[in-house]
Each structure stands twice: as C-alpha cells, then as structure tokens.
Design a protein around this ligand. Sequence first.
Ligand SMILES: *Cc1c(COP(=O)(O)O)cnc(C)c1O
Length: 338
Amino acid sequence: MGNIDLRSDTLTKPSPAMRAAITDAEVGDDVYGEDPTVNRLEALGADLLGTEAALFVSSGTQSNLLALLTHCGRGDEYIVGQKAHAYRYEGGGAAVLGSIQPQPLDFEPDGTLHLERVAEAIKPCDSHFARTHLLCLENTVDGLALPLDYFRRVHAFAQAHDLKTHLDGARIFNAAIKSETSVRDIARDFDSISVCLSKGLGAPVGSLLCSSAGFITEARRWRKVLGGGMRQAGLLAAAGIFALENNIPRMEADHQNAALLAKGLAEILELQIDYSAAQTNMVFVEAPEAQAVGLAEYLKQQGILIQGGKNIRLVTHLDISTDDIHIVIRAFKTFFSQ
Ligand SMILES: *Cc1c(COP(=O)(O)O)cnc(C)c1O
C-alpha cells in the first residue's frame, strides 16, 4: 500500500495514462522552436489563460523570475507579499540575478495586498529611490482564492499608478474552480501570469508563463540566459498537455476532500482547524506543542505523511482519494484518544 502523502500537491506522480502520453510525444529541438509538443502546450496555455503567448519553463520559480527579469530592469522595484512565494521562497533571485529590489508588504488575512498600503509603498520619482515598477500578487495564497472584484480594483489601481502587474498563479486553477469562473477571467487583469503544471494538475515538471507576444519573446531570451532552454522538452510538455486536458475538473474533488478533512478533524478537541469559505485544497491545523512530534511519527507508522511541527499544513491532491481522507481522520482520532 502506498503512502497517503498530505505534505504538498507537488508530490503527485504521473498516472499510467500520463506516462503513455509522455512516451508517445512527438519531439524536436525546442531551442530551435521545433518541438511540436512544446509548441502545442504553449498554444494551449495561452488559449486557456486568454493571452497572446505562453512559455514552457522548468519550474514556478523560474517562471516568476523570468517575469521579474522581463518586467523590471536594474534598480527597479516590485511590490510583493511578505510571505509571497515570489519574494520569500525563491532564493532572492530577483535581487541576485536581476538587481531588482523587492518591497514586501504584509498580506491581508484574505491573501490580498491592501491597495492603500501599496499606494504608500510606491516610491516618488526621485533619485533617492528605486523605481517602483511592478505589483506582484498571488492566487491562491495559502490555498485561499482571492475575491474576484479585488482583481478588477487592482487593474484600475495599476493603471492609475503606472504599474505593471504579475500574478503568481501557481494554483490559479484551484482559484478559478473555487471562484466559479475561468482562469481567463482571473488572468485578464494582469500583464503576466505564471501557472504551475506540477502541483494540483499532476504533471511531473513545468510551469507556463503567459503574457503578450512581445513579452514572451523577451522572456524566452531570459530563459535561455538562465540555462532554461531545453531541447526535446516535448516529453515533459506532453505531461503538461495531458494535465490541462484531463486534470482540471477533478480539482473540485480535492477541495471537497479538504473540506471533509477539516470537518472530521474539527471533531478532535485538541486541534484548532482553519478551513475558511475561500479555502481550496489546504487545511491548516494547530496541534498541541507537546504532541506534535508524536503525532507525525504515529501517522507515519500508519502510512500517512504530514509535515511535522505544531502548525501543520495538510494538502489534498489527485493522489488522495476520499477513502484516504476517512483513513486520515480515523488515524488522527485514534492518536488523540490514546
Ligand atoms: C510552488 C509555488 C511556486 C514555485 O514552483 P516551483 O515549481 O516549486 O518552483 C511559485 N509560487 C507559488 C505560490 C507556489 O506555491
């Protein structure tokens, strides 16, 4: 029996059908623009997101970095969430490789950046300051789907303040399903959007950066500079196409499983559960400090993997079934009843 791995939705493994699509992929040299499967994935991604073009890249980190390098020059600044992936979890790439300064701000509880705080953070046009050029948002943030009307306001705000906008939409498909809209509807308010294929969509590798044709031409150049030009990448792109064609509608089940998990765990008095109405595929659990290590160890013995510690993030994904959720709830209850 395999493990029930709730640590992240990056842990999904390619299904037999996805592996067959990989095996059958037609390939060419993508640096020459001659890989038909990569070209098909990029066209499909652009079509889904409603942008002129898309670029297949190795990871979400590379996708965000390419967006930053393409939007911003040396001495420019981007405004971003203090806990945003594109600031906190990407090794400082924008500063290291782009001489781009981040201006982090705290997220509001719903995952937005307060536009008044953003306005205050925009630097005056004066040689003392970096040039504030880009506003970077994330959707979902800690699994929360941001309110749709917020994006409409962001769009108007950015135009009024002459800012470009980038959306780290690593989990934009989860967000769209939760918001009962299309990813295109979320994407239309942004100048560039990054989408992960290797999270809930279940592909083994890859992200798409989506934007205008001119922007993507420039990002493609930066991708090569970063060593991200891949040759017969159609083998990987085939998995991405399979994911986009087959694994979007089923994400609703991940959200239902997360809600079921939250409800089951809420019956355990020792635990504090956070699963708000805007939540998608993550359940946040606070366990008593004294039992946190024992809990993770006990669950591991039962074939259930969680990230250890007092504050636990449980993530549902396509390798977690509803039966698995019932097993997990039972194991948590057994641990706290002994
Ligand atoms: C996972 C993630 C990324 C980066 O993806 P990698 O493929 O792991 O580099 C970027 N942004 C968010 C919000 C993510 O969750």
